[in-house]
Design a protein around this ligand. Sequence first.
Ligand SMILES: [Zn+2]
Length: 335
Amino acid sequence: MSDKKQKIIPDEFIPEVSSKVVTIDNQDFLLQNEAMFTFYQRSAGELSPFFLGIKNDRKILGCKCTNCGLVRVPPMMTHCTDCDFAPTKLVEVGQTGTMLSTPPITYFATSMFADKAPFGRGRVILEGADTALSVMLYTTTGILVPGLIIKGTKVKVVFRDDRVGQISDIFCVPASELTPQQAAKKGLLQSEINWEAPKQPTFPKPTDKDIADFKKSVKEMQALAAKMSQSKRARRAIEGWKRNIAVKTKAGEFSMYIDNGDFKIEERKLESPDFVIACEDPATLLDGLMYKGSITDSVIMKKLWLSKNLEFNTIFKLDRLARFLVMEQKEKKAK
Ligand SMILES: [Zn+2]
């Protein structure tokens, strides 16, 4: 996972301050845009120890009521509202916990979180805590799909290597995916986990028909890829993007190459792909590329597996590639 520092709004999305005149029904209208920025800094206030604990000490802090002993995480109260405002004191809580509910998954995030999606959003009760902490959730087994983390799943807090003092400095993964040492370690870093050994799904043995269908699907995809590479509009969907993808299906393997507008499919195995797509039936991918149903949906519906979670982004681009080609063809027909 990359944690490259980014601006909240990337430069290319910030328009120049400008104005122009548009004429509608022989009348001129002035159209202008202004830059609107805020340069305020806000204080974490009484929650500062909590965020500094995450940032500097890889600790999770809660507040414990000196009267009733209730431990709230995060420590959002200096006085207990249940105990006539008895003071609370900061305590450290555990870094493993249990999901309070089944987390929904964000696949399409806002620009602020786009580099972190897909991720689960859930509430975890950490050991030693009485209230739930909101966290992001990931898996080390490939793409995050529904059902991997559910209510009651035991999870472990992981700290990102670069921390700035915010809640997204931490996330949780299922404890069962870690070694006992990792699960027991306090302040476990993201870089200490092996993200490169995902669990690829296994498929049944192919029939002769499966193999024939596979060959046919690959041919169709190759023809489609050639069209996409020639379409000015489709090329834009994968502009500046470069990925070598190994695709494994029940009846065989092929490779897809995305290279700054060029899209190519070859019936051969890739030794060190950027990531692996596994889908039992190649028609799932073919349909997506033909713009019959989306590939992103197939991922979410678990018909198409990715070896790397953040490569969902590439799948999103493949969907756009399919859509842009169809749009261009429609426009040409309309002319
Ligand atoms: Zn209390």
